[in-house]
Design a binder for this molecule. Structure first.
Ligand code: SF4
Length: 140
């Protein structure tokens, strides 16, 4: 009898379908977390090389407008000092490699991305895991 392969595919909008995170889970995932809005701070933008230390002393609203024009962010919440990273039409973060489904700025990635899903996210400890389809190629 042929063994049935179960492909897990969580719905990012339905927390009940999220799976408990464990080490190595990302290796076979389609990087669904990188299609969710990532809210980051000005300090993250410095680490990403998009702002300088000097910029932090200036008008964040004006900086946000410039970053929006460059297509780096899609929204700025002045009250909370949160920038939302820009996404492509299919929802992918603009820093995600479309072929490998890996972050292109991994070493400089924002704190939000570093702390998801263990500490940050709508259901800490769980993630919207979607298994890669067989045959798709990925490499770190
Ligand atoms: S910055 Fe990198 S880790 Fe963060 S959402 Fe974008 S692709 Fe994913």
């Amino acid at each position: 009898m042929k063994k049935q392969i179960v492909i897990h595919s969580a719905d990012p909008d339905n927390l009940d379908t999220w799976v408990k995170y464990s080490n190595g889970l990302c290796d076979s995932c389609h990087a669904v977390c990188c299609t969710m809005p990532a809210e980051i701070r000005a300090r993250d933008l410095v680490r990403m090389g998009l702002l300088s230390e000097f910029d932090l002393e200036t008008d964040l609203k004006q900086l946000a407008r410039g970053l929006q024009k460059q297509g780096v962010i899609e929204h700025f919440n002045f009250r909370h000092g949160l920038f939302t990273l820009a996404r492509r039409a299919n929802g992918d973060c603009s820093f995600l490699d479309t072929r490998t489904r890996r972050c292109t700025i991994y070493e400089q990635r924002p704190d939000t991305c570093r702390n998801h899903p263990q500490k940050i996210g709508p259901r800490p400890g769980f993630c919207p895991y979607r298994q890669e389809q067989a045959g798709s190629s990925r490499s770190r």
